[in-house]
Design a protein around this ligand. Structure first.
Ligand code: 13P
Length: 263
């Protein structure tokens, strides 16, 4: 069955702490060439890579110089605009490098850097203020899933992240559902699990924010997405794309994910 949705699918490669700037250039070039050979239509599926901060300038130079239709994201952003915040990178600095998206609230940042819903909320506002689209990550750990409390847990993260945002602001974000137990484990959520949560997220936004904003909201699934399972995941009516870790580091995996319509 052909993919059929009013929302443009979005495929994001989260490279995490992998690849130096030379390897980043190599991967983006190979990805662009492979997608060109496959006659990829970027209007039909948006393609984004999220390198480390140190590679963003190199990726910008390549994308601008060769006019590549690939967009790029940061993996985080500071909630602060400027000042004495050693190690932080501001949304304004990222915007000046042509960064279109910022991954915010990834479970690895929540776990290893103690990021709270309040901080995630502040980072979303910082990104939006500079015209960067936040990719808000939410999702439950294994014990929450085992207790069947995954929907309530994930929607509470969503509520916290969106607190105080106007409907227009919520209309400018992307939500990624990433169950922690499915990240890097090879344990992929079933297409029904992904659809269940995507539907619940959309319904929550319709209820608490605005029905039209909810209808247009792009909701991604992340967690062990590979070329051989992406099509089933994308079959969920409320699933609009994927946030891909390990498989985004390999062109022969990520290019078919971007081109999932042809699989
Ligand atoms: O965390 C993820 C993307 O942000 C998912 O990682 P994997 O695709 O490696 O499971």
């Amino acid at each position: 069955m052909a993919y059929d949705s009013p929302r443009t699918p979005l495929m994001v490669g989260n490279w995490k702490l992998n690849l130096d700037h030379l390897q980043a250039i190599d991967l983006v070039q190979k990805l662009a060439w492979t997608l060109k050979d496959a006659e990829h239509d970027y209007d039909l599926t948006e393609v984004v890579v999220a390198p480390t901060f140190t590679s963003l300038r190199s990726v910008q130079t390549l994308v601008d110089g060769d006019k590549l239709p690939i967009k790029y994201a940061s993996q985080d952003v500071s909630s602060h605009a400027s000042g004495a915040y050693t190690g932080e990178v501001s949304a304004e600095q990222l915007a000046k490098l042509g960064v279109s998206f910022a991954i915010i609230g990834h479970s690895e940042r929540r776990e290893y850097h103690n990021e709270t819903d309040e901080l995630v909320n502040a980072k979303i506002l910082a990104a939006l203020g500079q015209g960067i689209t936040p990719i808000l990550c939410v999702g439950e750990p294994l014990e929450v899933r085992q207790a069947s409390e995954h929907v309530a847990y994930t929607l509470a993260q969503l509520d916290g992240a969106l607190a105080g945002l106007s409907p227009e602001q919520v209309g400018g974000i992307v939500v990624a559902y990433e169950p922690v137990w499915a990240i890097g484990t090879g344990e992929v959520a079933t297409p029904d699990d992904a659809q269940e949560m995507a539907q619940a997220i959309r319904a929550r936004v319709a209820e608490t924010v605005d029905a039209d904003v909810a209808a247009g909201l792009r909701i991604l699934y992340g967690g062990s997405v590979k070329a051989d399972n992406v099509k089933e995941i994308m079959a969920g009516a409320d699933v609009d794309g994927a946030l891909v870790g390990g498989a985004s580091l390999k062109v022969d995996q990520f290019a078919p994910i971007a081109g999932f319509r042809a699989l």
